[in-house]
Design a protein around this ligand. Structure first.
Ligand code: GDP
Ligand code: IMO
Ligand code: MG
Length: 425
């Protein structure tokens, strides 16, 4: 398979984990390039449901190289917990998992600062973060206060960590947050360092050598385009570049070695956390989508907000990421609907918007302009060939692709590996 970046098109939880798992058998390496354990990627194999947070979703395929790139922020304790859970299910870590020595570390004070800020600010300023310390960890990276995996292995690490804890505790006291136990944290992180040492390596060289040797790489995006720090609904975003550009900065693989981009897109829209969501349905239809789609966060268990498909968002994502193919998921969730709505533009104060306004105050007031389509009112769950789909379902999918401007590569009609129709990839 060509070197491929896979990104989320909407606000995350599009089904990236499932699509990565399906594509992994055709690649040699799967690499995460941004985010941290705020991500929750579900891979259902048989009756078993696996939720990956930090480890690439390819890990469930024996013999594949799985890399946590330099652009990821890693909570070492959470990583070990995830490794242990996967090993208990038979997955092999040694020789398969590689963690960048340049990846930044998430520390307990990042989580405390994340939670402290969320608790302190007025409700309209709450982001609804996953409280995994992601924002403060990337903040430290940008302000050059961060600690990296390479530091974890340095004899002066306890001293460096102690100093950061003292500084963070001053801030935590000032904001009324929960301070961090210095001794306990240093002990816990030094123990984690010993266990993680064999996995920490120069992944930049490792990945570039793999590309030179003709191996194929799948770049696993976390979150979604609308949660990207630059291109999303700022400030209601995460703190990294979840879009395809992040694949280069988050791994050290140069742009010309990437061949194509796949955008994973739900056949409707969901969002977890706060922030504008023009097609959100706060009525029975929203509850129906939530129930039929099992829309509860894979990381925090929070109910996901649900709404109609938003083609303005999808077009924005296709443009920014350079999406060649769409992997459309969860078509089956719409099986029981009589009619479907698609948002083709926004309207605000008499003005029509066909692209996302940067001003969040305007976006919050935007009303969707809808077109309607007939539903198919029958099950697509068992369909294995695109041609066998009900004609209304085909019409809906092709209208979404037409409005979005990208080709359909994969169509998913269920959470399992075999509920996947391969169309063009
Ligand atoms: P990710 O964060 O993008 O990997 O997505 P999540 O795992 O957070 O959420 C997607 C959810 O939808 C998971 O529970 C998947 O098992 C499930 N899923 C993925 N594809 C499909 C599909 O085509 N149909 C249905 N019904 N569920 C799906
Ligand atoms: P996957 O990879 C959905 C959301 C949070 C919050 C905002 C900022 O599973 O698609 P953060 O903890 O990152 O500072 O929170 O981003 N968020 C996600 N929403 N899926 C995710 O990841 C998310 N990761 C973060 O709910 O609104
Ligand atoms: Mg998720």
């Amino acid at each position: 398979m060509p070197n491929t970046v896979l990104v989320g098109v909407q606000w995350g939880d599009e089904g990236k984990g499932k699509v990565i798992d399906v594509l992994t058998k055709e690649v040699d390496v799967v690499v995460r390039y941004q985010g941290g354990n705020n991500a929750g990627h579900t891979v259902e194999i048989g009756e078993e449901k696996n939720i990956l947070h930090l480890i690439p979703s390819g890990i469930l395929h024996p013999g594949k190289m799985c890399v946590i790139g330099n652009g990821v922020v890693v909570d070492p304790v959470a990583l070990l917990k995830e490794m242990d859970a996967l090993e208990s299910k038979g997955a092999k870590m040694a020789g398969h998992l590689f963690v960048s020595d340049r990846a930044h570390i998430v520390c307990p004070y990042h989580r405390a600062l994340d939670a402290g800020r969320e608790a302190k600010v007025k409700s309209e300023h709450k982001i609804g973060t996953t409280k995994r310390g992601i924002g403060p960890a990337y903040g430290d990276k940008s302000s050059r206060q961060g600690l990296r995996m390479v530091d974890l292995l340095d004899p002066i690490f306890p001293e460096m960590l102690g100093q950061r804890i003292d500084e963070a505790n001053c801030v935590l006291k000032a904001i009324g947050g929960e301070t961090v136990d210095k001794k306990q944290t240093i002990t816990e992180y030094c123990e984690a360092a010993k266990r993680l040492a064999p996995y920490i390596t120069d992944t930049i060289t490792l990945l570039n050598k793999a590309v030179d040797a003709g191996k194929s790489i799948l770049f696993e995006g976390a979150q979604g385009t609308m949660l990207d720090i630059d291109f999303g609904t700022y400030p209601f975003v995460t703190s990294s570049n979840s879009t395809s550009g992040g694949a280069c900065t988050g791994t050290g693989i140069p742009p010309h070695r990437i061949d194509r981009v796949i955008g994973v897109i739900k056949a409707y829209t969901t969002r977890v956390g706060e922030g504008p969501f023009p097609t959100e349905l706060k009525d029975n239809m929203g509850s129906l989508l939530q129930k039929e789609g099992g829309e509860f966060g894979a990381t925090t268990g929070r109910p996901r907000r649900c709404g109609w498909f938003d083609a303005v968002v999808a077009r924005h994502a296709v443009m920014i990421n350079g999406i060649d193919f769409l992997a459309m998921t969860k078509l089956d969730v719409l099986d029981k609907l009589e009619t479907l709505k698609i948002c083709v533009a926004y309207e605000c104060n008499g003005k029509e918007y066909t692209s996302i306004p940067a001003n969040i105050r305007i976006l919050e007031k935007c009303r969707p302009v809808y077109e309607q389509m007939k539903g198919w009112n029958s099950s697509t769950k068992e369909v294995t060939r695109y041609d066998d789909l009900p004609k209304e379902a085909k019409a809906y999918v092709s209208r979404l692709c037409e409005l979005t401007g990208a080709k359909l590569g994969i169509l998913s009609v269920g959470p399992k590996r075999d509920s996947t129709l391969r169309i063009a990839i």
